[in-house]
Design a protein around this ligand. Structure first.
Ligand SMILES: [Fe+2]
Ligand SMILES: [Fe+2]
Length: 183
């Protein structure tokens, strides 16, 4: 792949990311840790970016907008899942029920379509009963697992990626705030 193509693809990714970041509530994900020292916000940006990159690498014919947006919102559950008291506590284990909570929040705050909904609802398969329906959902489901393992073992995950895809200084500061990488 020619580098120029990659630059254009990164611009496409950034435009969808910036659009979602307009919603202040989306940035709230930065308050919560996902794995290791990685916040839910950074985790979501990484899952979205690498899902997109993998599709490009495999030359898959995908719905780009849905893949990127669905992945950005896949963990939009908005609570600290490590805390003793959390909204999901009475309903069941976080791993099983957070896709439903993320879907509920995403439907409330964004206009999402059936592919984006499937990405969010099925990303924890096989913990979710039904398998991913679209190739976009399957890719996000796989990349989410790879990213989760990577984050668990890397203290400063995704520094290069953040510099590459998060343009606005302010947003970059917000994303890196929890791990004090950017000032
Ligand atoms: Fe998740
Ligand atoms: Fe995730």
């Amino acid at each position: 792949m020619k580098p120029i193509n990659k630059e254009i693809e990164d611009l496409v990714f950034k435009s969808y990311l910036e659009e979602i970041m307009q919603k202040k509530k989306f940035l709230k994900m930065n308050r919560y840790i996902q794995h290791g020292t990685t916040t839910c916000l950074l985790h979501s940006v990484a899952v979205s970016y690498y899902s997109y990159r993998l599709c490009k690498l495999l030359k898959l014919n995908i719905h780009e907008k849905e893949l990127i947006r669905g992945a950005l919102l896949h963990d939009y559950f908005l609570y600290d899942w490590h805390a003793k008291y959390k909204p999901s506590r009475k309903e069941g284990f976080h791993g099983f029920i957070h896709p439903r909570i993320a879907l509920f929040n995403a439907r409330k705050d964004f206009k999402i379509n059936h592919i984006e909904e499937d990405i969010i609802a099925k990303h924890m398969f096989p913990l979710t009963f039904y398998p991913p329906k679209y190739k976009e959902s399957l890719i996000v489901c796989l990349v989410d697992k790879a990213c989760s393992i990577y984050e668990t073992f890397n203290k400063h995950a995704y520094i290069k990626m953040t510099n590459k895809v998060v343009d606005a200084k302010k947003e970059r500061r917000i994303i890196g705030k929890r791990i004090n990488l950017y000032n």
